[in-house]
Design a protein around this ligand. Structure first.
Ligand SMILES: [Fe+2]
Length: 410
């Protein structure tokens, strides 16, 4: 399938949508320059860049904050969980790992995943665990659902043709945990976007999503309009998520800040416009898309995107129970080295609203849950099948069952 893509032809079609693709890029570049300058100025003056709100305030109408989230494409929601609860869950997770001899298991299966076997310490940083009590409690908590609904409602989820998703019902995308040891320098991730790489140019529905960008109407492009986002088709690859997330995100299990090997973002919601139109310029080889490869994460690199990269910032200090959320088009990275003193641990939980695409995945995922296996989007390591303390059907709340597609939402 991939061999059949004629990148040169696709570029021609996309260029033809614009009256002048070079001028279109120059206009977008100017916008990005201003955004980057704003970020640099705020950074210089030690002012907050990523919008923040406390969990208790999310239902207060704060127009300015909402505008800011839409501009930056990310938000920190603090104190979603109480410190003591999270500290407890973090300890329980550690116990789950130790009692079930995860490290031994993982060494045995290392040939399945060369990445782990290369680690000097022998300990992984990302754990192929999905169904521990700590993860389930966080993923299916009432307050998590409240946050996810609030985030989903930032999107335009209905249009003249169809309803894209129901913002007030959510499905659950089981993901892994990160437990990063102090001193670790093996987990750095270079700047990228998930949810498709080459697809963002080649897929018919992605082309519709980004139509205004290619048609010189960049100002009108709204990254929070969900139309067609549920209809994009990803290339088959273990690196690609098969769900539509309104936001990717994680919940902090431990305190962590800049230099603790944490997340970095380019907080520009429309940053994708630069990446898309950059690839159409004449200095990029005709068969290439600035380094993006099928089945991999979308690459943002210094050869082509140095302007954008100036806007890359580390997220501020996070406390246990704080959460960070970013739009699926927001470029992100992970710091190369953890120079802090404590473990920096997170549970990945994004926002996956109720729609057909997400339900289809959830149904496949639910079978894996019942068997204690790894979810369909991840390597079939299946560590937890016989783990003591793994969450079973009988342990789930009604909300959790609905979110896992094991009970009807209606
Ligand atoms: Fe990512």
């Amino acid at each position: 399938m991939l061999e059949n893509i004629d990148i040169g032809l696709i570029k021609k079609e996309l260029r033809d949508q614009s009256k002048n693709y070079k001028q279109n890029f120059i206009n977008i570049e100017q916008f990005i320059k201003n955004e980057v300058q704003e970020i640099l100025d705020l950074k210089k003056n030690n002012k907050p860049i990523i919008p923040e709100i406390s969990f208790n305030d999310i239902n207060k109408k704060k127009f300015e904050l909402l505008e800011d989230i839409k501009k930056r494409g990310c938000v920190i929601i603090r104190d979603v969980f109480e410190d003591t609860l999270i500290r407890n869950l973090n300890n329980q997770l550690e116990k789950y790992i130790d009692e079930n001899n995860y490290y031994e298991d993982q060494r045995k299966k290392a040939d399945l995943d060369k990445y782990f076997s290369d680690l000097k310490s022998g300990k992984p940083q990302i754990y192929g665990l999905y169904w521990s009590k700590a993860q389930i409690e966080i993923r299916h908590a009432d307050q998590m659902a409240k946050v996810q609904r609030w985030l989903n409602n930032l999107w335009i989820y209905e249009n003249e043709e169809y309803k894209v998703f129901d913002p007030n019902k959510e499905l659950s995308y089981a993901d892994r945990v990160r437990r990063r040891e102090p001193g670790d320098d093996t987990l750095g991730l270079s700047p990228h976007c998930d949810a498709g790489s080459v697809e963002r140019w080649t897929d018919k529905n992605y082309q519709k999503i980004y139509k205004e960008i290619f048609e010189d109407n960049f100002e009108k492009y709204d990254p929070f309009n969900a139309k067609f986002r549920d209809r994009v088709i990803e290339f088959e690859s273990p690196a690609v998520a098969h769900v539509f997330r309104t936001f990717q995100g994680w919940t902090a299990l431990t305190e962590q800040g800049p230099n603790d090997g944490t997340l970095q973002l380019i907080p520009i919601a429309k940053g994708m416009a630069y990446v898309l139109t950059r690839a159409l310029q004449n200095d990029v080889p005709e068969s290439e898309l600035c380094g993006s490869k099928p089945g991999r994460a979308l690459s943002v690199n210094k050869d082509y995107h140095s302007l954008l990269l100036k806007g890359l910032i580390s997220i501020p200090k996070m406390k246990p129970g704080d959460t960070i959320w970013w739009h699926p088009d927001v470029i992100h990275a992970v710091e190369d080295k953890h120079s802090g003193k404590n473990f920096s641990n997170v549970v990945y939980v994004g926002a996956t609203p109720y729609c057909k695409k997400n339900l289809d995945y959830t149904i496949k995922q639910s079978k894996k849950f019942l068997e204690g296996k790894s979810p369909p989007d991840f390597a079939a390591e299946d560590y937890e099948v016989n783990y003591k303390g793994r969450v079973k059907l009988k342990d789930l709340s009604l909300l959790a069952k609905k979110q896992l597609g094991l009970e009807d939402w209606n």
